[in-house]
Design a protein around this ligand. Structure first.
Ligand code: PBG
Length: 335
């Protein structure tokens, strides 16, 4: 468009408002759309029967026992949601300092994946790979005596975890741990074991963020000492996100992710321009909690704010959005 002043000759030739006059016109020239196909629903599973517990800092989100989770998944699938992300609540008694329960073939995640694939075969199950729900210290990796998170020995455990999930029938493995080289190691191990079609959704640009607080409440997985800044990214860095994304794609990621989403829309944008690989954004627990809190106070129009927020992620370049709003949005889009 010309930078010259269009009104210089006193004639307005361009009137952008013409195309905003009716809803039909607005729909015709709409550049971005949010659909149920874009949504992935993160869900929490816990041990037990016939029980669900609402997460205090995430109103409307629950930890479900497997039986109730299956019913909920059948419902969300019928609403058109094609994929769920699965996160386990591991009892303290099953945690250790190496997260061994993460690769127990009869562990909660493994049993849950099998049950979902039987009960609702069409839904795509995405399983999280990281040690934090399984470790007594709450870190995503193995910790040495001095408190350092060890990279390569952690990757060995993550590989076992990914293999046991693939074995259980997981459709997509999603490493959220931020260890170096884990995508390549997992891809090679999956291929070697014959799981050539098990996909990898890489949490590539995952920032050390305060927006994960409510999620850590949901899983009782907050780190018992220190923080995650030696493995998750520094919030100030954008170029480094491209470096991480490039590595994950070279190592075999099928989809790459930016997380969190809202405070990192510029990163989603940059990453989208950099790659032809599909880009996912994680609308994380703290982003969910802020909208819910304001809505519960009657301070915002919840439905409109949810749609506008998710649309901003699409506009920034996200092809897929992991969001705790998925079910609510599916219901809204159906109307
Ligand atoms: C852990 C993991 C986290 C989330 C997803 N996987 C938390 C963390 O890194 O501490 C956060 C999701 C959310 O806040 O919604 N590997």
């Amino acid at each position: 468009m010309s930078l010259e002043n269009p009104t210089a000759n006193n004639t307005i030739t361009q009137r952008p408002r013409r195309l905003r006059r009716t809803e039909t016109l607005r729909r015709m020239v709409r550049e971005t759309n949010l659909t149920v196909d874009d949504l992935i629903y993160p869900m929490f599973v816990m041990e037990g029967e016939e029980d669900k517990v609402e997460i205090a800092s995430m109103p409307g989100c629950y930890r479900f026992t497997l039986d109730l989770l299956l019913k909920e998944i059948a419902e969300v699938y019928s609403l058109g949601i094609g994929a769920i992300g699965l996160f386990p609540v591991i009892p303290e008694s099953k945690k250790d300092d190496r997260g061994s329960e993460s690769h127990n073939p009869d562990g909660l995640v493994q049993r849950t994946v099998k049950a979902i694939k039987q009960a609702v075969p069409g839904i795509l199950v995405i399983t999280d790979v990281a040690l934090d729900p399984f470790t007594t210290h709450g870190h995503d990796g193995i910790v040495d005596e001095s408190g350092v998170i060890l990279n390569d020995s952690t990757v060995e455990v993550l590989v076992k975890m990914a293999l046991s999930q693939a074995e259980a029938g997981s459709d997509m493995i999603a490493p959220s741990d931020m260890m170096d080289g884990r995508i390549g190691a997992i891809r090679q191990a999956l291929d070697k074991a014959g799981y050539i079609d098990t996909r990898i959704l890489a949490y590539s640009a995952k920032y050390a963020s305060a927006y994960y607080g409510p999620f850590r409440d949901a899983l009782d997985s907050a780190p018992k000492f220190g923080d995650k800044k030696t493995y998750q990214m520094d919030a100030a860095n954008a170029r480094e996100a491209i470096k991480e994304v490039a590595l994950d794609i070279a190592e075999g990621a099928d989809i790459i992710m930016v997380k969190p989403a809202l405070a990192y829309l510029d990163i989603i944008r940059k990453v989208k321009y950099y790659t032809n690989t599909p880009v996912a954004a994680y609308n994380v627990s703290g982003e969910y909690a802020m909208i819910k809190a304001a809505a519960l106070n009657g301070w915002i129009d919840e439905k409109k704010v949810i749609l506008e927020t998710l649309l901003s992620m699409k506009r920034a370049g996200a092809d897929l959005i992991l969001t705790y709003f998925a079910k609510e949005v599916a219901l809204m889009l159906h109307k």
